[in-house]
Design a protein around this ligand. Structure first.
Ligand SMILES: [Zn+2]
Ligand SMILES: [Zn+2]
Length: 349
């Protein structure tokens, strides 16, 4: 739980030139590692050179690591946005793919073009697109049959390997919560919601001196379940960012989740995006007040050493009133994806 303190703690202390907070030892000329989350794929954001689209991707720089979390919904758009963000895909330390929905992984080919050997953490799923394996003992044998009736002529390999859609990619599939780098965790959860039952999803949790920083893709297993699982690493939750999957949820559910995140899980800052949904943005704004961190496409969430979190929108802001309109339009255009994502809610109506 405290393993990252040595790494991030020092990095963060070094960043802080602020006389109000720390008087860190002089590190003259030393590069100051960044500690930030940059949203590079989403369907809302302030007017900028980024292209809006339904989906999610973020570049996380923390603890001296540069992590790509998800890869958006369209390869060309992802590549364009990575360029606008000055995110050099060849210098990513590793990728975390939250889950197998296309709005989170369509840019993976562009990552592999730039960085063919990069390590990619992805959820482990039987016969999943990231590749999988099973002991051959899983299937029943019948030795009475002639060999040409039998799988592998009756002599299967001990482990049966199943392919991936990206044969040369360096996947490491994960099926339980794992510390993938010092203080950096992949939280593994399974969705139980109708429409996405048994869907596996990874969330990213980074243990910092100010508490956990959690980044979620779509939260199909439920945002509270993810926060609960993460709280076993460190019960102090500093920030939760990403998609909370409440885009079609009724007000009562939304309000309950907003209050639970604030009062039960004591989440200090909240930076929702993607499939969180407009009414949930609103409810969280009300619940969190000035601890709501705006995090649209192009926002850089700065994680300060003193625990303060700041959302900065890059390439800012000439006119912003088309923001909401486009989010709605993109949501409507993604109807098929949405239908799959939110099948359970549509059934309820
Ligand atoms: Zn999804
Ligand atoms: Zn999604």
């Amino acid at each position: 739980m405290v393993k990252l303190f040595a790494i991030i703690g020092f990095a963060v202390l070094s960043i802080s030139a602020s006389p109000l907070v720390f008087s860190a030892p002089a590190t003259s000329g030393a590069a100051t590692p960044k500690s930030e989350i940059k949203v590079i794929y989403d369907a809302f954001g302030k007017q900028s050179a980024y292209k809006k689209d339904w989906g999610y991707a973020a570049v996380v720089e923390i603890g001296g690591k540069r992590i790509l979390f998800d890869t958006g919904d369209n390869g060309e758009t992802f590549k364009h946005n990575a360029k606008v963000a000055n995110a050099d895909l060849s210098r990513i330390d590793f990728v975390v793919l939250s889950h197998r929905h296309s709005d989170h992984m369509a840019g993976l080919n562009k990552v592999l073009e730039a960085n063919p050997n990069v390590k990619i953490y992805a959820p482990k799923e039987g016969f999943g697109i990231y590749g999988s394996s099973l002991p051959s003992s899983f299937y029943r044998k019948d030795a009475e049959l002639p060999s040409e009736y039998r799988y592998y002529d009756g002599s299967p390999p001990d482990v049966m390997k199943f392919g991936t859609a990206w044969e040369k990619a360096n996947f490491q599939t994960i099926d339980q919560t794992t510390e993938i780098a010092p203080g950096i965790w992949a939280i593994a959860q399974v969705s139980d919601a109708p429409g996405t039952k048994e869907l596996k999803e990874l969330s990213l949790a980074v243990d910092t001196p100010n508490g956990l920083v959690i980044l979620v893709g779509c939260s199909h297993p439920g945002i509270e379940n993810i926060v609960q699982a993460a709280s076993k690493i460190n019960p102090k939750i500093h920030l939760v960012a990403g998609g909370f999957h409440l885009v079609t949820a009724p007000d009562e559910t939304i309000n309950n989740v907003a209050i639970a995140l604030r009062d039960k899980w004591r989440v200090e800052y909240i930076a929702p995006g993607h499939c969180t949904g407009e009414p949930t943005f609103n409810a969280l704004r009300k619940a969190f007040g000035d601890h709501y961190v705006y995090a649209g496409l192009g926002t850089v969430i700065k994680l300060e050493s003193n625990g303060f979190i700041e959302g900065v929108s890059t390439k800012a802001a000439l006119f912003q009133n088309d923001d909401l309109t486009l989010y709605r339009q993109l949501a409507a255009e993604s109807h098929d994806a949405l239908h799959n994502h939110f099948a359970q809610v549509e059934h309820d109506h």
